[in-house]
Design a protein around this ligand. Structure first.
Ligand code: HEM
Length: 390
């Protein structure tokens, strides 16, 4: 192994999380697969290798990369391999087609504008607590069909779980996962007694392999949708809020409508990718350039580093809302490509249409607090001030 192919960085160090991008550049330059001996994984930071790996889900296994001793009910697509993964995914695909998702727009807009109504007169708010956290939580809760009074509880649990997944995670938060498992078990039981027009009822009625889903599979689906539908979209909105504060000229282009919000959302996803990387375990030996990585080793597919690869994105360190980076990997790629991508794009578009219409001059007014996570890039607090107007 040459000296350049080893860089030990700590993905959980607060300094790294504050600004991981210089490290990503070093990793890309060091080689196609860079050993992190201290953490026990290989960093894959170049676009070509990350995308190639995502196209080979059987060789780059998601199932095997899930740590021992974690609470993981069956039915969690994101840690399943083909062919079972593909069959199970078919069950929920229909709920997330662009057409079905588009029908949610009026409701999403009314939730977003209701949240802004609650703080716009005061001239200040915590944009994370009062807007970017509750919006996706309410949307996914309504889609699933869980009662409104439980939303805060599962937002709290899903944030706790988000801070512990990924390489060198601060330890698995089994308590939070178990609480959600118990909660969802009861919620499915209640829904079985009185079904409605929601995703939980659709999952209860779904047939897989000539049978209904088991209780464990149902809970697994529910858990994944709650967490995946929650944390990532919150982070996309909060990260964008920080970026538009840091780059006022880019915000001005949006306010003047020179650039469309959907285009800007793609640049938000590229420039400060909410899911920074994905864990995989090799099901066989794999060669990356001149580096041979043995079967059983863990690789971390660094989406955020790939999204700044100069081989694919000219001047990658420049934030440009008009860039249209259609080939970014912010939602992954291939078999596990984000099931909720249309929903996330819709929520982010509506969120920014409403924020730029109602509080276009917001400024960050305190120190934002980062979500401690090696995988999910986001915040836990974002104080802002703006011209009060309602
Ligand atoms: C900005 C918001 C979002 C981002 C950045 C994001 C990102 C991702 C990424 C990178 C993956 C690939 C995981 C892998 O390959 O291991 C993924 C998978 C997934 N996402 Fe999202 N996601 C977002 C929003 C959502 C929403 C709103 C939902 C659902 C309501 C959702 C549901 C899922 C599911 C179910 C999977 C697993 C798909 C599979 O394994 O086949 N996501 N997401």
């Amino acid at each position: 192994m040459s000296a350049e192919t080893r860089i030990d960085f700590d993905p959980n160090a607060p300094d790294f999380q504050e600004d991981p991008y210089p490290t990503y550049q070093k990793l890309r330059e060091a080689g196609p697969a860079v050993r992190n001996e201290a953490q026990g994984f290989w960093a894959i930071a170049r676009y070509a290798e990350v995308k190639d790996a995502l196209l080979q889900p059987a060789r780059f296994s998601s199932e095997r990369s899930f740590g021992e001793g974690r609470v993981a009910p069956k039915g969690i697509l994101v840690i399943m391999d083909p062919p079972l993964h593909d069959e199970m995914r078919g069950l929920v695909n229909r709920a997330f087609t662009p057409r079905r998702v588009a029908a949610l727009e009026p409701r999403i807009r009314s939730i977003a504008s209701g949240l802004i109504d609650a703080f716009c007169e005061t001239g200040r708010c915590d944009l994370w607590r009062d807007f970017s956290a509750p919006l996706p939580t309410i949307v996914i809760a309504e889609l699933l069909g869980v009662p409104p009074e439980d939303r805060e509880m599962f937002k709290e649990k899903s944030t706790q779980i988000a801070s512990t997944v990924g390489p060198g995670g601060a330890g698995n938060n089994n308590t939070a996962a178990l609480e959600l498992v118990v909660y969802l078990g009861k919620a499915f039981d209640a829904k079985r007694r009185s079904p409605g027009d929601d995703l939980m009822s659709a999952l209860l009625a779904a047939e897989f392999d000539g049978r209904n889903l088991t209780q464990e599979e149902l809970v697994g689906f529910g858990l994944l949708l709650l967490i995946a539908g929650n944390e990532t979209t919150t982070n996309l909105i909060s990260n964008a809020a920080l970026l538009l504060d840091r780059f006022p000229e880019q915000r001005a282009r949006l306010v003047r409508k020179e650039v469309s919000i959907p285009d800007a959302v793609e640049e938000f996803l590229r420039y400060d990718t909410p899911v920074q990387g994905l864990d995989r375990t090799l099901a066989e030996d794999v060669r990356f350039g001149d580096v041979q990585v043995p079967k059983g080793d863990r690789v971390f597919l660094m989406l955020a580093a790939a999204n700044r690869d100069p081989e694919v994105f000219p001047e990658p360190e420049r934030f440009d809302v008009g860039r249209r980076p259609s080939q970014h990997l912010g939602f992954g790629f291939g078999a596990h490509f984000c099931l909720g991508a249309s929903l996330a794009r819709l929520e982010a578009r509506v969120a920014w249409e409403e924020l730029l219409r109602r509080i276009p001059d917001y400024r960050v007014s305190g120190v934002p607090r980062r979500l401690p996570s090696s995988v999910f890039r986001g915040l836990l607090s974002l104080p802002v001030t703006f011209t009060a107007s309602c």
